[in-house]
Design a protein around this ligand. Sequence first.
Ligand code: SF4
Length: 228
Amino acid sequence: MRIAEIFYSVQGEGRLIGVPSVFIRTSGCNLRCVWCDTPYTSWRPEGEQWDIDKVLREVRNSSSRFVVITGGEPLLAQGIEELTEALKKNGSHITIETAATIFKPVVCDLLSMSPKLANSTPWNKAGGKYARMHEAARLNFPVMQSFLDGYDCQLKFVVDQAADFEEVREILASLKHVDPAQVLVMAQGRTARQIHSKAKWIVEYCKQHGYGYTPRLHIDLYGNRRGT
Ligand code: SF4
């Protein structure tokens, strides 16, 4: 599989925020979010081919059993099912971070879905050439439902303005068995300042709906940098 980077850091978002974790970041994505903060896995994918043994050796170098498989879109990666099985045999706690547009029967302890809202569509980027593809692919309800039915899930939404909450509500209304406590909202932004500037009104909306607000701890600690 093509790997952009493997690094040891701290989970910055969601239910396991603050937990020291090894991050396996695959390269390649079927979406092109306009605000993507890892363009080296999507708009301009980078990275080398790694076999599973090499990935496992790198993971064993860290002192945490918590592993986060992220991307890009990790469910595109060849051999992802085998990797998750091997990590589980090694005793890892596995989180998979996915946009939930592709289903694969991976092994994991936490399936972290981040369905992409309309605010992600790149209508004015790269001459708009990826916009229709992105728009057609960004929400896949059967895939989301399969994950919800078979895994322990959290749903993370990236919100940019108040109107985005209406889209979140519509998406959740199309899915079964979602507890609002599984839903986490985070602010769109590349810097701590941008994120903090939206936190207050987002928290107020979260309070109305019973959703959680998630900060982005890694941005607070390190800024938007690779390997963090
Ligand atoms: S799904 Fe994730 S990796 Fe892919 S373009 Fe969107 S933000 Fe970037």
